[in-house]
Design a protein around this ligand. Structure first.
Ligand SMILES: *Cc1c(COP(=O)(O)O)cnc(C)c1O
Length: 219
């Protein structure tokens, strides 16, 4: 199936309140244009330099989401245009984003990445860390960042009940935080292999790459 057909198929399967982030990492601009011409405007990348290059080459009404782990020294390159940063997992990083957002006279929306997977390799904060950060005076003094929700990645496994449990854990953490922070609106969870489970567990934003663009070649 073509990129356009894949996109339309996924769009027809997901409820309207769920945002589809088309994960275009490693894919050429021609693929992104094909998705763009099929109506897609939200794209996700996991490397800042690659996202900057694509931003510069492609239509300016694309919303670029940074979904990967962020190195603080590279925040400045995406600060002029990034529309949502999914992987915020420390106050230090948030402070850097705030500083660069301010230089660009912007407010940058961010999600707190919560560690829900059992794997050591996955990044993220605990619920307690997230709550402490949100309640801290240092955070409340940052005027150019806004936390609009949470993001999580499930364990890479075939065990669907484990994946579902991890997604439900994130949904519960979101609900707890939402009581104190009514501006929270986004639960970013679900990828090609598990987005249906994620939506059934309360996801409002899915990050789908290979089911739209085909498998990636990292060579
Ligand atoms: C690559 C990536 C995705 C998309 O993965 P697919 O399995 O290709 O859909 C989603 N989220 C993050 C954080 C990623 O790095």
């Amino acid at each position: 199936m073509s990129i356009k057909q894949n996109l339309h198929k996924i769009q027809s399967q997901i409820p309207q309140h769920v945002t589809l982030v088309a994960v275009s990492k490693t894919k050429p601009n021609t693929d992104i244009i094909e998705a763009y011409e099929a109506g897609q405007r939200v794209f996700g990348e996991n490397k800042i330099q690659e996202m900057v290059d694509k931003y510069e080459a492609l239509p300016k009404d694309i919303q670029w989401h940074m979904i990967g782990h962020v190195q603080r020294n590279k925040v400045k390159y995406m600060a002029p245009f990034v529309s949502l940063i999914h992987g915020v997992d420390s106050f230090k990083l948030l402070k850097e984003i705030d500083k660069e957002a301010k230089k660009n006279s912007r407010t940058i929306n961010c999600l707190l990445q919560i560690k829900i997977a059992k794997e050591e390799s996955k990044f993220g904060m605990s619920e307690k860390d997230a709550m402490q950060l949100l309640q801290s005076e240092a955070f409340n003094n940052l005027k150019n960042v806004q936390i609009t929700g949470v993001m999580g990645m499930a364990t890479f496994t075939d065990n669907t009940s484990q994946i579902e449990n991890e997604f439900l854990t994130l949904k519960n953490i979101f609900d707890t935080l939402h009581k104190q922070y009514p501006n929270f609106k986004t639960i970013s969870m679900g990828m090609s292999g598990d987005y249906q489970t994620a939506i059934a567990s309360g996801s409002t934003m899915i990050r789908v790459g290979s089911s739209i663009f085909g498998s990636r070649n990292y060579n």
